[in-house]
Design a protein around this ligand. Structure first.
Ligand code: MN
Ligand code: MN
Length: 323
């Protein structure tokens, strides 16, 4: 991501210095960054989307952004593996929360789409922190309006391609099916990593096959390692990619706070720690070879947010080290 050439009125936003104000002090913001609500002042916006009206099992992710803010205070600015301070080079801030409607999923979707649009309009890179995974649909709608259909890399235990639940077309189990139907995604350019667990029947995968979704199950990942993921990446090169991390991609032993825990997942070593390294399976590898227009929006409740905070921070670092 090249440094911005735009002119700014506000001083360069920086996280509160933990050597002056201890990390447990102050008002919680993402990564202790200033709260800035003018899109034109930013390169990267960290945005809370505290909505869980799309959950079908354990609720709670409405508290996700608040808890990620608190937990992200532990992050320090310098990444010693990538040799970068992401906040020094790019104007990054806590944009605040989008104004969701806890009683209406449709109204929330239009609020999210309207909330994201002005950021995309001026070229801000957005890192959305959910919230349940249903919020990906309105975000993708806003993205597609600006950029056209995009590719998708999704870390998730579930493919979220179901048709409906209790008669509703909108839930955390359906966003990417709706996105295909609305031409927000492209056939053959969706990669899902970490899939596992039981489904209702073999035909649950029909839609994915129809749209040539690239599926890397957790089982395959554990058996064959990174090579199997890398083999898909060529299809995404030089294309705008929306990357999304559902925290249940990570095994509940490491991230128990998720709404639909599923055993046999990726480890926190991958999700949080190795993403800071030059290990070839990390998002670094993904993002260095790709120009992502968007990053992770995370579905989960509030009990284990450090991996999400870490992932978001790492993502920003990665943009800096990319082309
Ligand atoms: Mn999931
Ligand atoms: Mn999901």
């Amino acid at each position: 991501m090249p440094p911005s050439r735009r002119k700014f009125k506000l001083p360069h936003p920086e996280p509160t210095d933990a050597l002056t104000y201890a990390r447990f002090t102050g008002i919680s913001t993402f990564m202790r960054l200033p709260h800035i609500t003018q899109p034109e002042e930013l390169d990267v916006a960290l945005i809370g989307v505290p909505f869980d009206g799309g959950t079908t099992y354990r609720p709670g992710p409405r508290f996700g952004p608040r808890h990620v803010r608190a937990q992200s205070a532990i992050i320090r600015p310098w990444n010693p593996v990538l040799h970068v301070n992401p906040f020094a080079k790019h104007r990054t801030a806590d944009f605040g929360d989008l104004p969701v409607n806890p009683l209406s999923i449709e109204d929330t979707f239009s609020r999210i789409e309207r909330g994201i649009a002005p950021l995309l309009e001026v070229g801000v890179r957005c890192v959305c922190v959910g919230g349940d995974h249903s919020i990906s649909l309105p975000i993708l709608r806003a993205v597609a309006k600006k950029h056209g259909p995009v590719s998708l890399i999704q870390f998730d235990a579930h493919n979220d391609l179901w048709d409906e639940y209790f008669g509703s077309k909108y839930s955390h189990g359906t966003p990417f099916r709706r996105a295909f139907e609305e031409d927000l995604l492209k056939d053959g350019e969706v990669l899902q990593v970490g899939l596992r667990g039981q489904v209702y029947g073999e035909d649950d995968f029909d839609f994915a096959r129809e749209h040539k979704v690239r599926m890397v199950t957790a089982e395959k990942f554990h058996k064959k390692g990174i090579a199997v993921v890398q083999s898909h990446l060529r299809a995404f090169r030089r294309k705008p990619v929306y990357v999304t991390l559902d925290i249940d991609a990570v095994d509940p032993a490491f991230a128990p706070g998720t709404g639909t825990p599923q055993v046999g997942g990726l480890t926190s070593v991958w999700a949080a720690t190795s993403s800071k390294s030059r290990h070839p399976m990390t998002p670094e590898k993904l993002l260095r070879c790709l120009p992502p227009i968007f990053s992770s929006n995370c579905s989960a409740s509030s009990k284990w947010p450090p991996s999400r905070a870490n992932f978001a921070c790492t993502t920003i670092s990665l943009w800096l080290s990319g082309p």
